[in-house]
Design a protein around this ligand. Structure first.
Ligand SMILES: Nc1ncnc2c1ncn2[C@@H]1O[C@H](COP(=O)(O)OP(=O)(O)OP(=O)(O)O)[C@@H](O)[C@H]1O
Length: 263
């Protein structure tokens, strides 16, 4: 029913329930992301945001319900298939190869797109070299895009925390996603870094990439998103523009932890 009208929907989550034993992490959740928007997924701790991300990126299989990307079901697909299909993500905690340079970390992301096999890489076939060179140029462009090109040759563990988070975004972009999912990208950022991140997210959207954001910083979420879904105890309790969501009594109650009528 709901998917009939979702003409320009990029990603549709339809009646998704996900249980871990007795815990219902997602309870009949439905929403859809429109192409080209910045979409926020928010909610108190344990609301089910990360579980939802994981279901959308092939880490978890929903107990029931449908997830469609560009109209096609992605339930049961492998993570790399989903990446190749156009969904990229970053993680709550930095996950880089600490001994590799910044540039190499991005090239690893770009590698997911290479057509040559492992054999080709081992025997250094000409096609592999050509693709590796393309990867290097593209990777430099991405480092420039996120603002850390000057750190390209530095091993990533020597980068500042903020630079590492930018590097993760560059690496995710290296897979040429149409949807970029950012899991708490502003965690640990100071106010100035948050403003820069907000600008980077807008810049990414301006290149045509749809952005899904999980973020605890309300000011950032309200400032950058076009639409927001709010989860609480695995259920969707609100959906709308930042202004609509901010004024919703259910959302206020969820965040303050008080009954609606007492708020
Ligand atoms: N692998 C798992 N096994 C069992 N329970 C899990 C698992 N992952 C998440 N849960 C439970 O599912 C619920 C939702 O967790 P989830 O991590 O998705 O919430 P969240 O909104 O991302 O929270 P946070 O903001 O703290 O990251 C919680 O009750 C959590 O304990």
């Amino acid at each position: 029913m709901s998917h009939a009208g979702a003409g320009d929907a990029l990603l549709e989550v339809q009646n998704v329930t996900l249980r871990f034993g007795g815990v219902v992490a997602l309870n009949d959740v439905s929403f859809s992301l429109r192409k080209g928007e910045i979409f926020g997924l928010i909610g108190p701790n344990g609301a089910g945001k990360t579980t939802c991300f994981n279901a959308m990126t092939g880490v978890y299989r929903p107990t029931s319900g449908a997830i469609r990307f560009n109209g096609q079901s992605i339930v049961g697909r492998k993570k790399h298939e989903i990446t190749r299909g156009g969904i990229a993500r970053t993680f709550q905690n930095v996950r880089l190869f600490p001994e590799m340079t910044a540039l190499e970390n991005v090239m690893v992301g770009a590698d997911a797109h290479h057509k040559t096999s492992v054999i080709g890489a081992l025997f250094r076939l000409p096609r592999h070299w050509k693709e590796e060179r393309l990867g290097r140029e593209k990777s430099m462009d991405l480092l420039r895009f996120v603002g850390i090109a000057h750190r390209a040759g530095e091993v990533s563990r020597n980068l500042s925390y903020g630079e590492q988070r930018r590097l993760e975004i560059a690496r995710a972009l290296a897979t040429n996603p149409t949807l970029l999912c950012l899991d708490e990208p502003a965690a640990g950022f100071n106010p100035a870094e948050k403003v820069e991140l907000l600008n980077l997210i807008r810049k990414i959207r301006d290149t045509g990439v749809t952005v899904l954001l999980i973020e605890h910083d309300m000011r950032l979420v309200m400032g950058v998103t076009d639409r927001i879904v709010v989860l609480e105890f695995g259920k969707k309790i609100a959906e709308g523009t930042p202004a609509e969501v901010r004024d919703d009594p259910k959302v206020i109650a969820a965040y303050l932890g008080v009954p609606t009528d007492a708020a």
